[in-house]
Design a protein around this ligand. Structure first.
Ligand code: 3HC
Length: 717
């Protein structure tokens, strides 16, 4: 028998077993209708005198958690704790039948059930920490009772899901069932409970395994071992408090404490920014105007041209994603070195236990190399990563055009050159696209996909598909100098260079940026990358800037032992030569240093970034302002809990940003204020806050698999 409970929940019966089945695409998030349906379904099952209930979800996954888009609004009845209480207090056993991912509120509902079974491919987790939250529906109180305090701290503060087999080991699951047999075997499991007269196992009634003191010690150990997780983030601290409360307080008081700590996070700026980033990341993969029928091209083989640092990193990224790679370089020695580096890096992953050794061997074996572009004749996609010289790139693209098969994709990893000009060197500009990786290319998450004027829709679709395969956060950019991330951060760099002449030393600027949440400040970054490789014109260098003076003296940063900092004593101390260079230029230009407080420095450095972002939106370089935020978070370590430059600009107030920039222009600084920014400030508009909830409706849904998805080959343009 099949009874409709509401639009997303049905109640089915198989003899004495009732099945509460949820079907709320895409991921069965626990929105209001789902909560209402489950509550009614459980009550009806009990009312119908069923002997046991199986709770399952249809579609790709068990509940993926609370509906994150609802968290910004007042929570509608019934709340999740009411649903869970109905389940836990049920007089008949309730069995959660799990496939896909039981995440956040989804796992919390499962933990309120008396028993849990899952297929081996299922994953279980409490990832709320990534949203700046903690499990607010009993997870911090039930998980410690089921799996022990120490393991619960690891799962909740770490946020990483575990596979079903680990769930069994931890005590989260009672049984594994066969893949594809979840419904039938969960029903059989429930029948067996009835036959055995098994008790109603309520997590709330289980004892915790540690005393309050031991729980606190476990929390302290976790904090000491994972300091980076706590820097700037509020949620991990509250998570530790909530889990320790499970050892200190009876269950109901623990739940009340959990709610207090959850509410504190829910209203925090950090969580607001992280929830925004969750949706912004998903929207970034959607290209307005790209027809849903456009299918990515099939990519089975790949090539990389240029065996330098970038080419090597890109090759590793491709090999790790399962693509065979042909690496091409004229220079045999460079090729040998690159091959050794690639093999060493992949073997290193195996040595650290991150991948099985046979997988490492297969990846290394999937690399071939050649000294000639003709080796790429049959390759589906090639990524060029040679020096940033337009003539060289154009020559290579003309040669690639001559050797590569029709339909192959020709990508350039240029970081600032004109992709349209490079494409024009071929007779097939529609097959050309920019794939801008960030160093190290096998590690950094950002991939800027640069669409040229003539890039074909299916080439763009393929690039987005590739980004997903590589595990990157792909953001589409139009053609401009520096694209998104580098163009914006160049404005911070210029300002930092100017500020050190006006007063604050490099260390103060770096400190303010690190306090804001960046992994390092601009001068620490330059020292790391090398002063000689970031915009130093060796031939024309004439001691005009601090950088020129330092570079000419051989102070190129960490690799030479000094730059803006001196590394000779094993730590980074302000370098006397850098301070002397600053003083010399000040004297030459008669600059009277002044003092800045930290807030002034912060705005001085970041207001121009917001301004540049506004220009990108205005010029149509990005599809939406939130793409800028995603690029900066994934490419430059902009702290996710600040939401990125556009979210931050909105938060601090665009009128203030404009006012401060105007004051700087009046003081003679060479800043062009974006007319769009000024207009938004006057009209009281914001770049991303207003779009937040509309995001999910924007653009076509995702990108299908080549040959399998809903997308079909599209035209050019
Ligand atoms: N709420 C609302 N929408 C959600 C969602 C959620 N919890 N989880 C996923 N979605 C939406 C996505 O926005 C996307 O929508 P779109 O198609 O319109 O862009 C769609 O579902 C598919 O998501 P993905 O593109 O991410 O699909 P994947 O297959 O790559 O991943 C997933 C699926 C692993 C479930 C991933 O979406 C995910 O990790 N979701 C979030 C899980 C989570 O954080 N849960 C905790 C929520 S907070 C909570 O539960 C609080 C509680 O303690 C009270």
């Amino acid at each position: 028998m099949n009874l409709v409970v509401n639009s997303v929940v049905s109640l089915e019966t198989e003899g004495e077993i009732a099945i509460v089945a949820v079907d709320s695409p895409p991921v069965n998030a626990l929105g209001q209708r789902v909560r209402e349906g489950v509550l009614l379904g459980i009550r009806k099952a009990i009312g119908q005198k069923a002997k046991a209930v199986v709770l399952l979800c249809k579609g790709p996954t068990f509940f993926a958690g609370a509906d994150i888009s609802e968290l910004d609004r007042p929570i509608l009845e019934p709340t999740l704790d009411v649903v869970e209480a109905a389940i836990e207090d049920s007089p008949i056993p309730v069995v959660a039948a799990i496939h896909g991912t039981a995440l956040g509120g989804g796992l919390e509902v499962a933990m309120a059930c008396h028993y849990r079974v899952a297929v081996p491919s299922a994953r279980l987790g409490l990832p709320e920490v990534a949203l700046g939250l903690l499990p607010g529906a009993g997870g911090t109180q039930r998980a410690p009772r089921l799996m022990g305090i120490e393991a619960a701290i690891g799962m909740i503060a770490g946020g990483k899901p575990v596979m079903a087999a680990e769930g069994i080991r931890l005590g989260l699951l009672d049984a594994l069932v066969d893949e594809g047999e979840l419904r039938g075997q969960a029903i059989a499991f429930a029948r067996e409970l009835l036959v055995k007269g098994a008790p109603l196992k309520r997590a709330r009634d289980l004892p915790v395994d540690l005393s309050p003191e031991e729980a606190q010690a476990a929390a302290d150990r976790y904090r000491a071992k994972n300091p980076a997780q706590f820097r700037g983030f509020k949620a991990p601290g509250n998570i530790l408090k909530a889990v320790v409360a499970a050892a200190e307080l009876p269950f109901d008081q623990g739940i009340a404490r959990e709610w207090e700590l959850f509410s504190e996070l829910l209203s925090s700026e950090e969580s607001e920014a992280q929830r925004y980033a969750f949706f912004a990341e998903r929207i970034a993969g959607k290209v307005p105007g790209l027809d849903k029928t456009v299918r990515p091209r099939a990519i089975a083989t790949t090539g990389v041209v240029g065996a330098g640092t970038m080419g090597t990193g890109i090759a590793i990224a491709l090999l790790n994603a399962g693509f065979p790679v042909t690496l091409v370089d004229l220079n045999a020695e460079a090729l040998d070195k690159a091959r050794a580096r690639i093999a060493g890096t992949i073997q290193g992953q195996a040595d650290k236990g991150r991948i099985p050794s046979d997988a490492a061997a297969a990846r290394i074996a999937a690399l071939s190399s050649a000294g000639d572009l003709s080796a790429l004749t049959g390759t589906d996609l090639v990524i060029e990563a040679v020096f940033e010289r337009p003539d060289l790139k154009k020559t290579i693209f003309a040669q690639l055009d001559a050797v590569m098969k029709p339909g192959a994709i020709l990508a350039t990893n240029t970081s600032f050159l004109d992709v349209n000009e490079i494409a024009a060197a071929t007779a097939r500009p529609h097959d050309v696209v920019g794939l801008h990786f960030f160093a190290p290319a096998n590690i950094m998450r950002l991939l800027e996909i640069v669409r040229g004027d003539k890039t074909a829709g299916d080439v763009l679709a393929t690039a987005l598909w590739l980004g997903r395969k590589l595990g990157k956060l792909a953001v589409v950019s139009g053609v401009c100098d520096g694209f998104i991330a580098n163009r914006l951060m160049a404005r911070r760099g210029e300002t930092a260079d100017r500020l050190i002449l006006n007063g604050p030393p490099p260390a103060d600027i770096d400190r303010v940026m690190v306090d804001y949440g960046f992994p390092m400040g601009p001068f620490q970054m330059v020292d790391l990358v090398g002063l000689d490789v970031i915009g130093w014109d060796r031939e024309n260098s004439a001691g005009r800037t601090v950088q020129e003076i330092l570079c000419e003296a051989g102070h190129w940063g960490q690799k030479t032992g000094s730059g803006y900092y001196d590394y000779s004593q094993g730590t980074a101390a302000p370098a006397a030569d850098a301070l002397a260079a600053i003083a010399a230029i000040r004297e030459r230009n008669r600059i009277e240093p002044r003092s800045y407080d930290d807030a002034q420095l912060l705005h001085a450095l970041l207001d121009p970034v917001v301004n540049e972002g506004a220009k990108l939106v205005d010029e149509g370089i990005v599809y939406r302002a939130s793409d800028i935020d995603m690029a900066l978070i994934a490419g430059y370590g902009w702290p996710v809990y600040r939401g990125g430059p556009m979210f931050w600009g909105d938060s601090v107030g665009l009128p203030g940003v404009v006012e401060r920039l105007k004051a700087r222009v009046a003081a003679g600084e060479d800043i062009v204020i974006s007319p769009l920014l000024e207009r938004y400030a006057i009209e009281g508009r914001r770049f991303v806050h207003d779009d937040r909830q509309r995001g999910r409706a924007q653009g076509p849904r995702g990108i299908g698999e080549p040959g399998k998805g809903t997308l079909t080959a599209g035209g050019h343009g």
